[in-house]
Design a protein. Sequence first.
Length: 332
Amino acid sequence: MTLPTEAMRQAMASAEVGDDVCNEDPTVQRLEAQGAQILGKEAALFVASGVMGNQCALGVHGKPGEEVILPEACHVVEHENATVASLWGLVTRTVTPTRATYLLPEDIEPRLRRGDDLHEPRTGLIVLENALSDGTVMPVEPMRQIRALADDFGVKIHLDGARLFNAALSLGVEPVEIASQVDSVMICLSKGLGAPVGSLLAGDERFVEAARRRRKMLGGGMRQVGVLAAPAILALTDGRARLATDHENARLLARGLSSLKGVVLDLASVQTNMVWIRIDRPGKSCDDLVHFLAQRGIHTYPPMHRAVRFVTSSQVEAEDIAVLIEAVADYL
Ligand SMILES: *Cc1c(COP(=O)(O)O)cnc(C)c1O
């Protein structure tokens, strides 16, 4: 829902471009180098979307018939149309986290398979998410432990880091501390960072070259795409700087909503830029609330799992938060 800033539009208009399929777009190369550096990886690849980034990674790390261990409610499972199976022939081994919103080593270990028993497939890779799709974050320590486990089994880890910078901010760590626990990482430049289009997929040189081939297979070899890389470079700088305000606004919203009778909200779950609420009041519902808010020009997605998700971004200022809280109060 974020829109490009004026500076982004200027950067698009004046971007130096070339044919990126022939590695000749200097603006794309600048973006990829900058992204790789921030993530502490050898190289990065500009891709059209987060889904494309995740799928290129899955296609490189996994072989047909292998299993992917991943959290049940993650984006790859919920929102990527089973491409994991239809494109790469991988099998999802979904795991429900037992003691946290994220997977712990104890959730993963019993499911790792070396494939040396003829009845069993081999575990091809582990996919983690940080921040998670529900807006909570996974601390670095369990990631480190899962890294050790994966190394022991010779299994790669891919991180869906669509909101990696939100996670890093929330945890008070540098993005590289999170990214260094995994073999490959995807970050979204759109979403909270505010670029109009695009994601980056980072890893070592060999991985990125293999991912470049998968990207081509998916039709994602783009020509003078420097016009999109130029605003994405600003997303990595200015866009990142904005996230602290988004998190603050989310906390402001959560505090305001939690004081309303009929709103069910877990303040501890507000860790990044998302606030989830349920409605517990006779005759009132989340579906109704969403319609009510839409009439006032406040947009939310349709309720998921009987809850409404509010997301703060550069399109939302503290004054808007007050308007929203008042609107929910009016509805109730
Ligand atoms: C949005 C999102 C993606 C996919 O990004 P698109 O650019 O919409 O394809 C992947 N993973 C997570 C966790 C996301 O939130």
